[in-house]
Design a protein around this ligand. Structure first.
Ligand SMILES: [Mn+2]
Length: 323
């Protein structure tokens, strides 16, 4: 989408409803909020929506800045919708139906995605959606405020695992980091937003998941899981998955980490992380999910035991073929 069209989109409407994906992460939340403050200071009305849940510890404190229902005053003829960090309309959740008829701009960096919305700003090479928001703000002739800079850096850091997923092609990330810091953002603050504020129960939860990790194919695949009982024991803020993946990926020879979480009596969600070149987004897609090449996921019907069997069969076969 060229910049003239983007400008026209923002000039045409005066109210913007900003949506993200269900089970939001730092990049999603930060993209929504930075876009909102930017639009408000450019004289527009803007509202952020999320259907939650705000379970990840790093996003809990942002919850009160989000609306969950669209009221008639927000929904006029001059209302447009912006959907960020979302690869399919389904990922938007229940709110999608209410806004589907509006003019929609999608901003996203997922590799595997469905085309939806009226306009789109898509770049699978972007390390985070906040990166695309930064480009958008800059191309409209603005510079981020210190509040926006912090949010943009937070999104970039959460999606890159505090830079540890960045490879040799990531040199162009650092001029952006430098610029955001010069605008008032702090890596020290972002680090404590991401990794601070945990309880002892949550740390013990992480220990439990590591203790039960299983090895397949000489550690090339490491699998662990969390039951609903685990969730109860550690409290609602139990999603320390980024650290879990990080720790398990330090194991010599490891290629893929699988984390199965029991979400209900009938369903589980599965997270997949690849440390080398194995494309887990492709695997997730065959199970109806999606994501990035090195980080993807899906949800499936079945018990932990049943899902474990299916995913291990799929991955061991493809890894054997590759070897
Ligand atoms: Mn993202």
């Amino acid at each position: 989408m060229d910049i003239t069209k983007v400008k026209r989109f923002f000039d045409t409407y005066n109210t913007f409803l900003i949506l993200g994906h269900t089970e939001p992460d730092g990049d999603c939340i930060a993209s929504q909020l930075s876009l909102k403050t930017f639009l408000i200071r450019s004289g527009k009305k803007a509202y952020c929506f999320s259907s939650g849940p705000f379970e990840r510890p790093e996003i809990v404190k942002f919850k009160r800045q989000f609306e969950s229902t669209i009221t008639p005053d927000m929904f006029t003829d001059s209302t447009a919708v912006i959907i960020v960090d979302c690869s399919t309309p389904e990922r938007v959740g229940e709110l999608y139906e209410a806004i589907a008829q509006k003019t929609i701009l999608t901003i996203d960096h997922h590799k595997e995605r469905e085309n939806f919305g009226t306009y789109s700003i898509i770049d699978p090479k972007a390390p985070s959606t906040t990166w695309l928001i930064y480009m958008l703000i800059s191309s409209l002739g603005y510079t981020p405020t210190s509040e926006e800079a912090l949010l943009l850096l937070f999104g970039l850091c959460t999606d890159t695992g505090f830079f540890r997923h960045l490879d040799t092609n990531s040199y162009d990330v650092f001029p952006l980091v430098s610029d955001l810091i010069s605008k008032g953002a702090s890596l020290k603050q972002v680090y404590s937003m991401m990794y601070g504020g945990r309880t002892l129960a949550q740390r013990k939860y992480l220990a439990r998941l590591i203790k039960r990790a299983e090895s397949y194919m000489d550690d090339r695949i490491i699998l662990t899981y969390a039951t609903m009982k685990d969730k109860k024991l550690s409290g609602p803020l139990s999603r320390s998955s980024d650290e879990l993946y990080g720790l398990l990926q330090t194991i010599n020879n490891n290629e893929i980490v699988i984390f199965i979480r029991q979400e209900s009596d009938t369903h589980c969600s599965v997270g997949l992380r690849s440390i080398k070149k194995y494309d887990v987004a492709k695997v997730a897609k065959t199970f109806g999910g999606g994501g990035h090449k090195l980080a993807a996921g899906f949800s499936a019907k079945g018990t932990i035991k049943q899902i474990k069997k299916i995913i291990l069969k799929n991955l061991t076969q493809t890894l054997v073929k590759k070897a």
